[in-house]
Ligand binder design. Structure first.
Ligand SMILES: Nc1ncnc2c1ncn2[C@@H]1O[C@H](COP(=O)(O)OP(=O)(O)OP(=O)(O)O)[C@@H](O)[C@H]1O
Ligand SMILES: [Mg+2]
Length: 252
């Protein structure tokens, strides 16, 4: 089982969007059981998952049950407890046959992010191509680099043909590896989330779906999830070779 952590100190960069789209891409791609862990006290991934039709994507609660969760402070404590449990949970989930664990993290809670990064095989850092977002990248990169974890930047919510997009990729490459797959800005991300879906489910032939497929292809290779060629990018059918997780043919 591989662990991919979506992390960025910058709020709204696309951590949760990336987490849910990669989780579904992995599930459709047949890497075996796919688990998601939501370490953000805001619980955006959890709420999306609760709206989602049951399809085998498993949301794993790592905090001890019955902790209070009324206030934001409560939820912060729950998220920290879950982050503290993550390292021990990884071998247990692996033993249960999970092929991939995707972890979403909050924008600014240092300790939670540190614990998540420590458990990661790959940290994915989404970055919007704006000067503000680029200025904030160094902090995240330092945190991940200090942990010695492989990291990849993903340019997210880019405008097609905008000069800023290319400039952003160049600026990011000075901090680390930039994924060759870019996610362009599309209302399809928010629209599909209303029903707990992803762009690849709402419109499998649309440009955002192809971009997500390309990102998954790249990220899976980087994380060591896939052996060679990816799933059929359009249908997501699971005729692929798998290493790192268990080859189970069908997800679920
Ligand atoms: N490529 C995109 N195109 C259009 N909208 C996007 C795109 N990526 C993200 N968004 C939107 O931007 C908002 C923030 O995205 P998301 O929640 O994934 O960011 P985040 O990094 O998880 O934020 P936070 O730091 O608050 O947890 C959401 O409303 C999401 O739908
Ligand atoms: Mg988020």
């Amino acid at each position: 089982m591989k662990v991919i952590v979506c992390a960025s100190r910058k709020g709204g960069s696309g951590k949760t969007v990336s987490a849910r789209h990669l989780a579904v891409a992995a599930l459709k791609g047949g890497v075996g059981r796919v688990a998601a862990v939501d370490l953000d006290p805001m619980r955006g991934l959890t709420r999306w998952w609760q709206r989602r039709p049951e399809d085998g994507l498993e949301l794993v609660q790592l905090a001890p049950p019955n902790l209070p969760s009324t206030t934001h402070e409560d939820r912060q404590a729950v998220a920290l407890a879950a982050a503290e449990a993550l390292e021990r949970a990884v071998p247990a989930l692996r033993a249960q046959g999970f092929g991939l664990l995707i972890v979403d993290t909050p924008p600014a809670a240092d300790q939670i992010v540190r614990l998540a990064v420590a458990a990661a095989d790959l940290v994915l850092v989404p970055v919007r191509p704006s000067p503000d977002d680029l200025d904030a990248v160094g902090e995240t990169a330092d945190l991940v680099t200090a942990a010695g974890c492989p990291m990849v930047f993903v340019v997210n919510s880019a405008t097609k043909k905008a000069r800023l997009t290319g400039d952003a990729a160049i600026a990011l490459s000075q901090h680390g590896t930039v994924a060759p797959a870019i996610l362009h800005r599309s209302d399809a991300y928010a629209a599909s989330a209303l029903d707990g879906l992803t762009v690849q489910e709402a419109d499998p032939r649309g440009a955002p779906a192809h971009e997500v497929a390309a990102l998954w292809h790249y990220v899976a290779k980087r994380a060591g999830v896939l052996a060679r060629e990816p799933v059929n990018k359009i249908t997501g059918s699971p005729e692929l070779k798998v290493v790192g997780g268990r080859a189970r043919g069908k997800a679920g």
